[in-house]
Design a protein around this ligand. Sequence first.
Ligand SMILES: [Mn+2]
Length: 361
Amino acid sequence: MTLLSRLRDWLSDNALDAVLIASRQNKLPHLGIATSSGYVLITREQAHILVDFRYFADIVDRVKGYQLHLLDATHTMPVVVNCLLAAENIATLGFEGEHVSWQTGNQWREALNASLVSVSLDPLRQIKNTAEIALIREACRIADVSADHIRRFIAPGMREREVAAELEWYMKQQGAEKPSFNTIVASGARGALPHGKASEKVIVAGEFVTLDFGCQYQGYCSDMTRTFLVAGRDTPPEETPLYDIYQIVLRAQRAAINAIRPGVLCREVDAAARRLIADAGYGDRFGHNTGHAVGIDVHENPRFAPSDATPLQPGMVLTVEPGIYLPGEGGVRIEDMVLVTDSGHEVLYRQPTELQLTGEC
Ligand SMILES: [Mn+2]
């Protein structure tokens, strides 16, 4: 089903005459570009795009099936939209309350000649279509080859920030538009910080280093975490202090991935990882969800969370990223992205999840 026909079905299900889309996330599939400016108005009969001079020329040659309207100082959004509301006899207009500020919402209520209803379009993005899955696969391919590059690149004496810069540069060389979030490089004791942004800390041989990163490709995100053992110490990997923790996290991550198939509830996948970590005695050291959906936003719903009862459906794409964090000592997290398929699941990365050493080996 096409984007527009899905939205029109959604309009009838929600007893709305039209919906005004303003968020970057939900405009992207219509505009083909990510921008916080401009609007998309979908009515029962028509589809309209309203943009200013900066975007008009880019969009006019590309989008098909929409009426284009140029916004300027006199043709403001409320002026243009009120004309369209009158022309198409629109009484009830949905808008994205969760993406609009209280101030803007109040201004629209004053200015727009329709009864406004706050709605959420985000659930419509939960099941990815074939074209979206192809873009996510490419974002994942870039992260995947970049993980291998950065593992070989890391050497004792480098700063976390240098490693993050190399990783982001490499992803761009591979075709990424930008990182999908601030790259996390957390080495040694900093590994206990689940979101330890790359710092000035120098990486030392024999430490674990956790890298959590991803990129955006044509508007779609990837998200990946690997924890490596920094080479350069003679001690065998099995004798490093966090080796056993690594094996527990790896077993938890695999248990959660193996639980993924259509019909399973998100909280059951979370439980598969959480139970294993709790049974090993580290339940209180795993203080976040097991995963989240990924798409245009790097964090989308549903979540692999203890309270999320969403049943999995083919076409959903989620992360699986359990971790254990020991304050003062360090931490381990391993994250893959997984596509829910008709018969089960497919992991979108090829990089191994077993403990790997940094460097050329
Ligand atoms: Mn993630």
